[in-house]
Design a protein around this ligand. Sequence first.
Ligand SMILES: [Zn+2]
Length: 294
Amino acid sequence: MYQTQDYYMYEILEDYQAAADSEQKEEIFSAFCSLIWNHPNQRKISQKTFAFQIEPALLDTDIGRVFASYSALSCPVCSSTTDQTDFASLIRQKVNNIYTNLFDDRICTRKVYLDLLRLPKKLYFQWKKSLITEPADWTMTAQELSLTLQRAVEESCRLKEIYGRQKMKLEWNEFCMVTEGFLRRLFHNYTPLDLYSSGRPSVIRADTWQEDNFCIRYFCSGLNGYFKNYQKKYYGLSNTGGKKKVPYSRCACGNLFQQNRQHNRRLCDACREKARLEKYRRYNQKRQNKTDTP
Ligand SMILES: [Zn+2]
């Protein structure tokens, strides 16, 4: 069995390319995959809280009571960074992040969404500060504050639902299979740094650290590209891998579609068909009603 421990990533790739036959290549590739999948840097979902403590003296005011009911908002998150620097941790982190961003509809990483959840805390500290500054720059009544915070929470739910719908559906274990297919292609297409940079004026001297960073960057940007194409195929968009830039838009249902030249298309193919059928149904209903009336 091929052993990956204590190897740099470029060494594994070099072994793969130098392997005598496809059986040996497969052994190296599966050893690399099990290193990534069994890595301790697993996807862990936790609750991020936007909690804050209200000073006891302020808790007994109308505004303080409003803040109290919004002082423990939270949402599920999945860590998107690692403090480890070895290639396996970094590649595994990249894979985790792709799943979070493209497939996991439980997690919303959009700033606009998180800012809404942070609003109560932000306003609380503004209000608290206004109590000791002259002139006080706080104008909201308790009712206005209550309404503002209620709307912020409602809006955050609405956004989470919209962005969740924009994620593709794929279970984690299916995602791993797809990812392995892409990793295999990256193994196959890998060009070492010294070959890559020969032929162009370069001051890069390939030492191990650079070589491994080069590999990691190659894998990360390669996975990005493959998943971008995966997304286009998922939504039935043509021009995968094409050079020409085609504008895409999102339908309200979450599907991506190819935008037209006038930039006025609003529905994806499926919703367009649904709208057409609905129109037809209403038209028939009307006709039916007409013939029914004596
Ligand atoms: Zn649609």
